[in-house]
Design a protein around this ligand. Structure first.
Ligand code: SF4
Length: 271
């Protein structure tokens, strides 16, 4: 049986941003020559790993704040920092974030106990869910964390390590969070599913639930784009300057391409 073509939020976002970037990453597979480690990414991954371990071990009920902050040391990713000073600053910020995260979790537990409410419990962390959209196309996404509330609702929790604030519109407009809801709803059709963004620097949170019509449209959009990518003729897909170029790892590649094209067109235009 032919293998399914698998799309993900990352692939869809990249294709929408720049099809040449998609080609370089997934068709030509030259990303390893261009991708650079970045401080923000390394910091985010380190925090994700510490929070993953924390929730898997039972959260604030079972894990003291000191254990959570100590785990950051053990799970710290060192690649990507400009130097020791910058790494030290990020590490101190990571400890502060985790201390405050723990205090907020502890306060939520205390509040739930006072209300004689059962706090949500962890369903899973860092899990990839895959769903077939058609006989040819599958959709896959890796979810940071899912909590199960006492009324059966499933809450997708997504951490943002570089932001101070998040809004309902951020959740509503996030392709990844829409797709995570779609994937989870396909697995648990009888449950209410919603998504929450957490700005780790401040503890700000915002939630949104995709409507039934939203699920239907997103499913159709993902399938349509998945089919378009799967059937695309990649030969003619070349880099075109766009708003994402300044932040793109492939910029050196494309700059060389544009310079080559410029020289060629100059030669051709000479009498
Ligand atoms: S540098 Fe610009 S044109 Fe080249 S792959 Fe990146 S986004 Fe696309």
């Amino acid at each position: 049986m032919a293998r399914k073509f698998v799309i993900s939020p990352t692939k869809l976002r990249m294709y929408e941003q720049c099809s040449a970037k998609y080609r370089l990453e997934y068709i030509d597979k030259v990303g390893r020559f261009y991708h650079r480690a970045r401080a923000g990414q390394a910091f985010g991954h380190s925090l994700h790993r510490a929070l993953d371990a924390f929730h898997l071990a039972g959260g604030a009920e079972a894990v003291p704040a000191e254990t959570l902050t100590a785990s950051l040391e053990a799970l710290w990713i060192t690649k990507g920092y400009a130097g020791e000073e910058q790494e030290h600053e990020y590490r101190a910020e990571g400890v502060r974030i985790l201390q405050e995260y723990h205090a907020a979790q502890q306060a939520a537990l205390t509040e739930a106990t006072a209300r004689e409410d059962a706090p949500p419990h962890l369903l899973f962390t860092e899990k990839t869910i895959r769903v077939d959209l058609s006989p040819e196309v599958a959709l896959s996404g890796r979810i940071d964390r899912v909590d199960e509330h006492h009324d059966g609702a499933l809450e997708i929790v997504d951490y943002k390590s570089g932001r101070d604030a998040v809004t309902v519109e951020d959740v509503e407009g996030s392709l990844a969070l829409g797709i995570y809801q779609l994937l989870l709803k396909q697995k648990y059709p009888e449950r209410r599913v919603f998504a929450t963004l957490v700005a780790l620097r401040t503890g700000a949170r915002a939630s949104h639930e995709l409507s039934e019509a939203g699920h239907t449209h997103l499913f159709a959009d993902c399938l349509e784009t998945g089919d378009a990518i799967r059937n695309k003729d990649w030969e003619g897909v070349l880099p075109v300057v766009n708003e994402h170029c300044p932040y793109c790892d492939f910029l050196p590649h494309c700059t060389r391409f544009w310079e080559r094209e410029g020289r060629r067109s100059n030669r051709n235009s000479q009498p």
